[in-house]
Ligand binder design. Sequence first.
Ligand code: HEC
Length: 178
Amino acid sequence: MKWRMASFALAISFALPVAGGETPTVSPDSVPDVLVREQRTVLPKVAPVEEDYARNCQGCHGHEGHSVVEVPRLQGRAGWFTHTREGRAYLVQVPNVLQANLTDERVAAMLNWLLTQFSNEQLKPGFEPYTGAEVHALRKQRIESVITRRREVVDGLVRAGVIPDATALAFSLEPGRY
Ligand code: HEC
């Protein structure tokens, strides 16, 4: 009976916030997750750049760089944009990249990651990775209309012979074109 009371008191003391102090904060990394404890499952750590993509982009663009038709496919295509100066700038200036709540360095790292991850074959030969300074400069130059700019950039890629025609970069939200 005595030990029961004691363990009851112990359980209560764990459930209550620390008396007089703030509620202790526990980092999610240190939570002894039931899977880890009981099944000895080891969850792989996700690289920061992948976490940035997962949090900021994956909801629309999908885990593997493609999702619904309303969102342009990055997989097997995004690299083409790196062949022209305008295309390289466009990748930073699309609204969801330009306005992402990430530092210039983290945007640069993420673009480099997603381009090599999803579209390595389409990259310009000798592709030079984005730097934080380049992203910083490009982020200051806002584009008026993303659809108009995209159209100009895609036409430029056709003229430069990077893609055979505009349908190679088609997506459903461009009104009247495809
Ligand atoms: C709310 C949905 C949404 C989110 C979130 C989003 N995007 Fe996009 N993304 C789009 C759409 C739609 C376009 C087409 C251009 C436009 O309308 O802005 C696009 C265009 C792009 C393009 C150019 C591809 C092309 O073919 O035009 C890139 C690169 C890109 N997004 C990367 C990202 C990255 C990196 C993030 C995270 C920081 C992100 N996007 C977050 C919806 C999204």
